[in-house]
Write a protein of this length. Sequence first.
Length: 552
Amino acid sequence: MSLDHSVGRPTIVGHTAGPGRPPAGPSTDRSSIARVSLVGDTSRRFSQETASLLHERLRAMSFIISIVFAVTFAYHLSVSFPFLPARSALLAVVVGGGLWLRWCETPPLGRLRMIELGYFGATVAILLTSAAGHLVLAGEKHQLVSVLTWKRQLLASYSGLVLTYAMFIPNTWKRAAAVLLPAVALPYLMFQGLRLAYDPLTKLLAVDSEMETLPVPLIAALIGVYGSHAIQRGRRDAFNARRFGQYVLKDRIGDGGMGEVYRAEHLLLKRPCALKLIRSERDADEATLARFEAEVRATARLSHVNTVEIYDYGRADDGTFYYVMELLRGLDLDDLVRRHGPLPPGRAVHLLRQVCGALKEAHDSGLIHRDIKPGNIFAAERGGVHDVAKLLDFGLVKRRAEGEVRGASKPARFSGTPLYMAPEQASNYEGADARTDIYALGAVAHFLVTGRPPFDRVDLDEILRAHAFEDARPPSALRPELPDDLDRVILRCLAKRPADRFPDAAGLERALASCRSAGEWTEEQAAAWWKDRAPRPAAPVDGRAEDTWSPP
């Protein structure tokens, strides 16, 4: 017997973002899945990404340049320095433009390119005027060593500026060449102009130097052009690698039972969504691919408000399967309880009744979930309504009377999350029915009101043995204040024999509705609870979407 279990929390979160549902049908033949090629026209979207990056770089560059030039300007005020009025005007332009960039929204790419050229030109002008001033002062004193030193320093600094521009500003190689190659002639034109304008510098600047014989700025410009090309190509390859059909991947927000989940965006609608994918070259067994397709098709058939909604699915040319679902704001119930403790009975009943509605539709359609657990139930905000339960991840679903999907598993194999798994799911996996999900939902209910699953063991064999042979502790044994009617409902769900449980999700929902705590949790209370725990964006390194609520 092989075991495929997970005690982790696949968190599929996801907002409306795509075409309508795919047509449902009983067939599981992969040939009917739409083959989706990568969209050919990426220029517009890539240019938007370039504009955002360029705006960010210009803001950083303007801040650095403003500080450096302000310090040198303050120093030159204390001495008699040539070209000071010109430098003052240039510095005012740089500082003023930097303040505007700091607070404005991202302008169109064309305008940003003009600002970029203006900043680069102003920086070059300030650098050249500063060097020219020092050369004039040294020439008036007939200091040959100082003239050669300032000349070398200018060429070295100018080469560094050229390389910084090439590596810092996103450019195609053609545009980088058009900007940098003419720019490298400017220092030499300045030297020639000083030789003609200032007699003391005529002979001093004519003295040959090592920096003149080696055209360092030109070498820097050629390296910069190649570097711009390499960086731009890498950015475009990375951009295309994040695309699936009409969707662009943003950041990873979780690992589902059968694949990774990413926050994504529809290219045309610009709406966020969640995209789940599995790469066939990495997980290239037919069983996994068949189960992945089964999850898509099974969930796409369902339309209940408390079931996560599927908007689109397809297969990219590289063999990657993916499907797109709504992006939810909230917390899965595992996170909710672990962060904030056991739920009040009224709130637990409120969420559980909604899950019963989702399960009723699935069971009436002949679908058994087989992986009900806190991590697969999401407490979300939808349309201004709080604590809307969403049932996620139908990755272990089966059609009643059809067994597993073709090629998905061998008869001896079983899957599930042991802490919430009914006894028969391990001993008679193919015989799982609606009452298997009822047991798992009872285990979830136990966790919601106590903070612990019914059998809180570490060893897998001990967990499975306890589900099969031990009576579950009444939740009131851990929380004496719990009402006895809710106690009885949960314990009936956890009966060892399927015949002793509620026969279906509708029966369980009626039992929960008759509990004294039903109706105690109102929409006003839910809204106030979430307001006190205002959402905050999560960093991409945390693996969460920025659209996911992450209360403290």
